[in-house]
Design a protein around this ligand. Structure first.
Ligand code: SF4
Length: 449
């Protein structure tokens, strides 16, 4: 039997990317050939995101593109947007499977089942198969609020770094966020089982792991364990040179974690801490679990032990009730923080969230103005940080890209660097000295080896 071609397209967060990678590996090489999403395939898988209305729109566009590329292909729509709005996707041309966040890990089983039942069009069959006929469409969207299933996942797409999902779901229910409704309650595997998967990654060529989750600091709570316990064990893991902690809630970033990172040669001095709002008033409306002083305190603790650490912060602008004065106060607070850069998001209404009922809506033009203001603060901070690191030595993990004669990599503290392309550097950790800062679309440092 001829191999079926399957193509994956992932939207959204690092979690989605790690899960797509795991799901694609389930298909194996025997019956399936993985092809690029831009190529003609028999099955297209769109791993969706619903974090904003724009993200959902992009999912629909990708599905339409897949169907246009090969009207005879079958499309699987999986993940958060599928969980939120299955009927809408089932109605789209070409869509055969709509699988929620628990059910998506059964994709391989469901595709193979359909293949064996003869519902795939054979070569030279110009009937277009059953596409457009929804009689054979499958919708599997379990009640995610009940799921306790946790499937560890990791990406292998770029051979240098792997996004390793160690936790899923969230119990916080911040008033703007629909993630707990899409991904369910907080859950993770035991430290021991998580380490087993980490050892699988360590057995590959991957040099760097990025620990990801929805609320990663909550890792282990259901098993009476702590995220710190996992970090201590991972710090001793043979076969992996570098480990980054992705986004962690400020009140869960305990001093002991900061201390461990400061003493470790493996856990990198790079923190991503969601601030979300720069006034206590808006933090309260958002039902965040900390006041802004806690955030400032976390930044100060990190910087006192690791002055060279990179700290990124997420901020939402235009949350209902955030006045122009609140925004000004937030800007002053953010400017006072010794952080490196910001991820700025414009507030987007999400179905089912409490903020939908809030008064004081901010119009789109004003949201754009605020977003622009924070982007400017972020750029200034990043430039100042990069310049403060010039002349210092770091270790860079070089990636395989080759753009205009250069290759790129990242220092321990997440400075983006480049050097003339040399294939021998790919996936190697090499000491460098930062020489100058330049701008090629974004800030980048040239280095001396
Ligand atoms: S902590 Fe808040 S913002 Fe983050 S995933 Fe949970 S509910 Fe959403």
């Amino acid at each position: 039997m001829q191999k079926k071609r399957i193509a994956f397209h992932t939207l959204g967060c690092k979690l989605n990317f790690s899960e797509t990678s795991t799901i694609s590996r389930q298909f194996g090489m025997e019956d399936f050939e993985i092809v690029d999403f831009e190529q003609e395939a028999d099955v297209y898988v769109v791993h969706t995101c619903s974090v904003t209305a724009t993200a959902e729109h992009k999912c629909k566009t990708s599905i339409k593109q897949a169907h246009k590329r090969n009207p005879g292909a079958k499309v699987a729509v999986i993940g958060c947007a599928a969980q939120a709005n299955p009927v809408m996707f089932l109605r789209m041309e070409g869509v055969t499977w709509v699988l929620g966040n628990e059910d998506k890990f059964r994709l391989e089983e469901l595709v193979k089942k359909q293949e064996h039942s003869g519902l795939f069009p054979e070569e030279n069959d110009d009937s277009g198969g059953l596409t457009g006929n929804h009689a054979d469409s499958i919708r599997e969207v379990s009640d995610i609020s009940k799921t306790r299933q946790f499937i560890p996942s990791y990406s292998m797409n770029d051979r240098t770094r792997s996004f390793f999902k160690v936790q899923d779901g969230c119990d916080y229910f911040c008033t703007f966020c629909s993630i707990p409704y899409m991904r369910g309650r907080s859950r993770s595997e035991s430290v021991e089982n998580t380490l087993q998967v980490a050892r699988e990654i360590a057995a590959t060529d991957i040099k760097e792991i990025i620990l990801t989750g929805v609320n990663i600091g909550d890792f282990g709570r259901q098993n009476g364990e702590r995220f710190m316990d996992l970090l201590i064990r991972l710090d001793q893991l043979e076969g992996i040179d570098r480990i980054r902690i992705s986004s962690i809630e400020p009140e869960l970033l305990a001093d002991e974690i900061i201390e461990l990172v400061s003493k470790s040669g493996k856990l990198l001095p790079h923190f991503h801490i969601p601030l979300q709002a720069g006034t206590d008033k808006v933090l309260g409306l958002m039902k965040r679990k900390y006041k802004r002083e806690v955030f400032a305190n976390r930044v100060a603790s990190i910087k006192s032990l690791m002055p060279q650490a990179c700290i990124a912060a997420d901020v939402i602008v235009g949350f209902p009730g955030e006045t122009a004065e609140d925004f000004e106060e937030a800007c002053t607070f953010i400017e006072s923080l010794d952080i490196t850069y910001l991820h700025v998001f414009s507030y987007s209404e999400r179905p089912g969230t409490r903020a939908l009922q809030f008064e004081g809506k901010v119009d789109e033009k004003e949201k754009r103005r605020r977003s622009q203001g924070l982007h400017e603060i972020s750029e200034k901070k990043k430039q100042a940080f990069y310049e403060s690191q010039l002349g210092k030595s770091f270790n860079v993990l070089w990636e395989s890209d080759h753009v205009n004669g250069f290759m790129h990599g990242w220092t321990e503290n997440y400075i983006h660097v480049r050097t003339p392309f040399n294939p021998e550097f790919i996936n190697q950790v090499i000491p460098v000295k930062l020489m100058s800062v330049t701008r090629v679309k974004e800030l980048i440092c040239d280095v001396m080896l």
